[in-house]
Design a binder for this molecule. Sequence first.
Ligand SMILES: C[S@@+](CC[C@H](N)C(=O)[O-])C[C@H]1O[C@@H](n2cnc3c(N)ncnc32)[C@H](O)[C@@H]1O
Length: 200
Amino acid sequence: MGKYKGKIVGFPGDLLSIITKKYPINNFLETGTNLGDTAEWACNKFNVVYTCEPSGHFYNLALKRLNKYKNCNLYNLDSLSFFNSIMESLLGNSIFWLDSHYNVDELSYGKSVENPLIKEVEYISKLNGDKYIVIDDFRQMLFPDEPTYVHGWPPLYKIINALNLLSDNFVMAVPDCLISLPNKCIPIIRKYRKRIRRFE
Ligand SMILES: C[S@@+](CC[C@H](N)C(=O)[O-])C[C@H]1O[C@@H](n2cnc3c(N)ncnc32)[C@H](O)[C@@H]1O
């Protein structure tokens, strides 16, 4: 996820807005808050937002920005500790925006730890209820900056295998994200795909 001319790019917010109108989704969960760009977008759309940032530097910047949103729950934790802290108290359906990775920035967390994506997906697969998962940076999974996976994403086949644990969901890519949505969203995706095709 990034910003271009002040706009969030790479994040399929338009698709999530369409889905949320049809299916009630109470919570937005994000791993890797960074500066809080997407968290702020979500605070204006969802009843409750949970987001985590283990880097003290980015946590403090995000805290200043997101403090005014009463529905925002920001944690200074890595994603797996964050999941352990909140999952039991989660009510209703949730969107998971998985974006916790080292950001080629000394102040970013994660340079010397394993990318947590597979464990995050395995964790989510065990939860009850509908799961709407959006994973950022699909292009990096196809053509990584770091082909040995040391600081980057796990191999794509491992990510897909983990997503296949969610048997009631289907998996596809929307431009720079890998998504796993409940099968009932297939008609929405068909319409969305047609709309995107008009701009291709
Ligand atoms: C690309 S940025 C996130 C951008 C943000 N999600 C957005 O949409 O605006 C990635 C962030 O993940 C954080 N991070 C790295 N490893 C993490 C982990 N294990 N758990 C949670 N966050 C992590 C980094 O410190 C960095 O701030």
